[in-house]
Design a protein around this ligand. Sequence first.
Ligand code: T4K
Length: 363
Amino acid sequence: MEAIYVTRPVLPPRKRLDELIDGIYERQWLTNNGPLNRELTARLAAELGEPRFAWVSNGTVAIQLAARALGLSGSVLTTPLTYVASANALRLEGIAPVFVDVDPGTMCIDPAKLEAALRPDTTGVLGVHVYGVPCAVDELADFAKRKGLPLIFDAAHAFGVRYRGRALAAYGDAATLSFHATKVFNTVEGGGVVLHDDEAFELLGYDMAHGHSQDDYRRVGHNAKNSELHAAVGLLNIDDHAAHVASRRAVYEVYAAGLTTERARLLDPTGDPDLEYNYAYAPVLFDSEERLLRAVAALRRARVFPRRYFWPALHTLVQFASDASCPVATALAPRLLCLPLYPSLALADAARIVSLLRVSLAA
Ligand code: T4K
């Protein structure tokens, strides 16, 4: 039996990719703002409805660039219930992540707990729209405004999510995206930054390209540019994005219909009328870690490989040396399991996964 992984990347039709690659061979222009790069950047900016958008090499450096563009330093309030890259990005910029507990409903940072976590050196807030579910954007924006702190959203999971008629990545002073192979829309490796301030956007242009533009050497910068080959994949994948989301939705609905018990429930934000979801992940919350581990073992025996996104909670990792307790995240993280979800997953396989889980849950 063929293995079923938590995700499989979307690849564009080979013939169309070959045509774009022929052009790259002819031009011999491989990176540094080539024509496909410019075309993809414009296309994604239009998709997001945000003109100050940069397509960069990955979603981690995207957070680093956003933090630099908004002048963050010292410490930043952020969530422990996310992929490790969110907090790594801060640390790589010399910023201490201060972990604030999550709201049990959204699983995103809890705005009610921000005030108590503030430190004298706090310079910003980094929320994460985990699994593509919106953070409490209004409450976070209110807090950030009151305290004069820039607000960044890590929207790595949220490309294609619309909230109250706008791209979710349009919220905040900055938002960052990941276009990694495992994401809803991929450019193999890739990421994006949305900004709203002209000056910050100009700085980002320098910071993503060694801190210079032609002979104007201005800052110490990253190399966060991306290649023409990656752009070619992105330009073709974006054409099929809506179809991919529709296929994901069909799989998701099989899980949503089958996993509704207290013992294991699919987290389903789609009842919110303000939300157009992208079906990025299929997270199931179990009532105990023990039951989750039994389910993982049963699925593995059938060569199905879900992933424990996002466990362990980041405040428990030694590298972040955190003294935060975050009881909600501590209780949730060991009970979360993401099921396979990707456009080419057969509905019959999704139904089989539900059956395997039901048998395991009944034990
Ligand atoms: N912020 C958040 C909230 C994030 O979730 C992420 C990344 C970032 C920031 C940073 O963005 P990037 O710098 O990565 O652009 C994966 C991804 O590598 C990572 O992008 C993603 N989040 C994270 C949630 O998941 P792993 O280590 O779990 O991936 P891996 O290699 O185990 O792949 C998972 C499964 O996908 C495999 O079991 C099989 C399948 N797969 C994977 C790849 C790479 C394939 O079938 N083909 C492939 O090419 O981190």
